[in-house]
Design a protein around this ligand. Sequence first.
Ligand code: ZN
Length: 266
Amino acid sequence: MLVDVHAHFYHARTPRADWRERNVSRLTAGARIGISVHVASILGSWGLTSPIYFPSPRDVTAGNDALLALQREHVDRIRGYVCVNPNYTAHARAEIVRGLDAGMIGIKLAASRRADDRLLDPIAELARERRVPVLQHIWQHRRRDWPGQEASDAVELCTLARRHPDVRFILAHIGGGGDWLHSLRAVHDVPNVYVDLSGSGVDGGMLEDCVASVGVNRLLWGTDLTMDTGWAKLRYLELLLTKEELALVRWKNAARIFPPGAFPTD
Ligand SMILES: [Zn+2]
């Protein structure tokens, strides 16, 4: 078993004319890498009709619908996070209920609102009720604001996680660029924050420091938009960890934090 906890797909109403090919190439590369299940999200229209990090309710719904269709089409291989924009509380909560009832297994928050903002509380509360994890897009040590997004870093995610100790939060793409050491220091003693190893970064020492900071029980393997370095990190982990530890990172931790039956484990 190998679960990719951070995947993305496209659909017809996104800026990519080659959206269909990109979806196929992810599944083809996934088969080569040995990925059993891609846990994916679609961020609205990926910027076509509303901003990537501030999707309109209509685009949020359309993106989730496209992902639900993919999940139905590839029932053994694709699972979805419900992507929501927490600035629209009522829509976000209704969308989470709709997506989870239709078979999605988690919640995706991008950069629509800072993670420590009170507007995220109604989302986290629903995650607790429905016992699903929240994947939060993270900038590894944000030193300033960036146009088009209200990015959060690990310190802000940990503030939210401490307010909601019964919810599992996934800190997105530790290899996604920026100061990952800053993130690892922040999450070290926050037991309900898990670290997603995705992102194209493969800095020397990063995987060792992830293990040292949170231990093998809070690491989740993933790829994000590029898959090749995810594969490289997987090969490196095969040398760094014991077989039992590797199984935790490959899938057993994911099986523990996603709803029962989310993955075909037998
Ligand atoms: Zn991503």
